[in-house]
Design a protein. Sequence first.
Length: 258
Amino acid sequence: MIKSIRELFLLVWFFLGICGCQLNLSTSEMGYCFDAGLDEVQNRLYIAAGKAGIHTLGVDHGQLTFISTFYDAGYYRNLIIHNGTAYVADTDRGLVVLDITGDIPKPVWVQGENQGTGIAIEHNLLYLSTGDGNLDIFDISLPRLPKLIQQVDNFDQPWDVWVFDGIAYVADVNKGVEIIDVSMPSAPQRIGSISWDPEEPMAEVIAGEAGFIYIAAGKHGLVVIDVINPGIPASTPMGQAINFGKELGEAAADISRK
């Protein structure tokens, strides 16, 4: 899962074709690529590619080398790399955990029947937005044996989530952004929300940094929200359908649209 704005731009750059050109791979071989995660210890880039599974690439001074492609089942949508493990939001199986210490990822835990859409980790807690309108909260103190500890419901179409300092920001396609205080994960509380279009906010991909969240929102482009006070989110002057962000927003949103 994208953890910073730097990674958001890296992801857009990657899916504009740089990787495919370097590796000489066809679109059919790459599949429908949704997300990328970088393992800075092993210098490897992992690509969640829907029904194509997960691609593993070596990274060396900007050069990419193909290592492997793994697919077992499901639909690999979003992922995040954490402590030698890949956590995947799978739209058919919910949360999937992969051992990535070798060249070929190995599944070590699968949630089962659920629709994973977005994923985030803070400390030893993992947050999974789901297509059935929930935010699942897992304890990953045992990294390869997640334990579901709470579920926040009553979202509409949550497609992504970003978490910082005990606050979860959920991108809901039909509602905008909903803000959840998860500082007590066993008792999460809704504390705010914001929408830039009452009918079609199209909030699909979310990342954040330094008191702001950034939402790829389809036709609205890149929407920027001030969350220095999370309970009172506010659109910045850049936050309404900015022209320079439109192509970026649509490109990033297209990564997760299916």
